[in-house]
Design a protein around this ligand. Sequence first.
Ligand SMILES: [Ca+2]
Length: 668
Amino acid sequence: MTKNRNSSLLFICLATLLLCLISRNAQATDQRPNILLIVSDDHSPMLGTYGDEYATTPNLDAMASQGIQYNHAWSNAPVCSPARATLITGMYATSVGLQNMRTLFAMPDYVKWLPEYMQKAGYYTVNVGKHDYNTLEPKDAWSERVMSRTLKNWDRSNYFKQTDGKKPFFAIVNLLHSHESKVMYDMEGKPRSVADIKHNIDEAPLAKYFPEDSTIRRIIAQYYDNVSEVDEAVGIIFKSLERDNLKDNTIVIFMADHGTGVARSKRWPYNSGLQIPLIAHFPEKLQHLASAPRGSKVNEIVSFVDIAPTVLNLAGLEVPKHFQGRAFLGKSPAQAPQYAFGFRDRMDERLDLVRTAMDGRYHYMRNFLPKLPYAQHIDSQYAFQPLMPIWHKAFNDNKLDKVQSKWFGEKPAEELYDLQNDPHETNNLAAVPKHQKVLKRMREATMQWMIDTRDTGVLTEAGMTGLAGENVLFTLLRENDAPDYGAFLKAADQASRSTDLNEHLTNIQNPSPIIRFWGVTGLQTMGGNSAQAVKLLEQALKDKSAAVRVVAAEALCNISSCTHALEELMHITESQKGAARLTAINAIDRLDMKAKPVESRLRTLAKKLSPIKSRSSVSSEAKKGDEVAIQANMHLEYAKRVLKRTLQDLAGGKPWQRNKAPLEGDQR
Ligand SMILES: [Ca+2]
């Protein structure tokens, strides 16, 4: 009996020891690479290695000289949240309804975050700094979250504590040094001083669309200083990888989230808003996962939608079928695409709908709402730095040339730029006969991409909310009985390009609210004011869809009478919430002094809304099911900002956009 017991005990001890050894051994043999993404905020490729002679970026230049530099890398959106949503889901934000700044739509269950796949595969996953992925954070995304936004590094103590450093990690370190808000205040929140600027202010490179101004040069010089701070942080990160013996097994990919945080770059889908620096570094023993030799500067097209499949491929994991990009690094990288695509939708409180394609040389831009001017008043652009106010004042004082004042005008339906000969994109070739073939090719590619990815932008944000409710928008456009997406896109195309009044009048009478919206928008764009048009617009004021009523009211006000139209806009503003209210307030704002009769009602509303606490970013504590409430809260914040502007304009008797630059190269 005793002997048996002893034997059993001995067996248990041996088995436990063996299990421990196996498990230790399994941990020790996990040789998969660590993958570190460094995502820098708000800057174009203003680095020495990209040929920018004014830049001071020794660490990034050295990283590129030993790694792979991508010359045609694009963010897909020129602003943080939608760009980062694309990175984290592996899908164009437009395809999942996340293209508007700070928005939320419920995702289908199979749309996961990149770190979820990595964590499931045994990676330790970490996000350091900014969380701005424009969608609710899944429970199993991150093993560790470092919330500080001022870090230059990740000390990895928690990682070592939990895994003994044996488990591979996947980390995103988000550097904030070059965010637009850091032009006037440093990372500690202290005001910047001219005396501290290291780059020579007089020599700061100024794009020719900016007016000559010493403060603007100072902003640009400060920006280069801030990018040098990013560079320094990258140097510290590399040193700490070495210190922790992680350097030999860590792949580092550096990128910015979109273009520089100044007007006409950030928030705008020009090349200046979409092109990013992207550099990949491979240690010696992982060179077989690199797609080009050390020190290569490659011209293949890559964009944010390619980051998630690339990370999975580097980790040796399968890329899910619903991903929309391709792996450009790792074993057997996929072939490079012909185009990078970009999008601009609502930027903070102001609406728009632009889609773009870039083929390495040409950049095509499609303005679906051409009546909206390039420059719209965005509160944060005025709060963070004086560039926009200076530019706008120079315009109002008639101090700008044609190129500089174009920013304050309406948009043509299409733009085409030759990036090789016109890097600042000031010469629109869309109307030039010899470029028609390129124009047609890129227009068709853009439309096909929108169809393939079921671009939700053509639904409009208010339309999306109405259609989706609490359902999953993404599924709605893909189910067997899904509405005819091609018909939506055709109506949107007609609205911005067609001068055939009958097409718009037919669309206004379509059973689909989306097509009716584009019919009314087409009339508004054309300025068609026939008796039949006015009659149909008056009928559209009673449309079931708030999105249709808003655009009909604005069109009526502009081409006929404002009385009923203003009343309807106020009705929506006072009775609705969310995207519908924000859209209506924007329409009222664009009516300028025609909105004077409702000034006191707007003031009452502003008083009613101002005490309501709103937040403009997604809390990482939010849960699935909270989407609708959170989204309404964000829209409220933006509605308050527009209202503030409208009331200031009405009180001063001068709308913000009181002059309009002439429209050139109009393709409508
Ligand atoms: Ca950003």
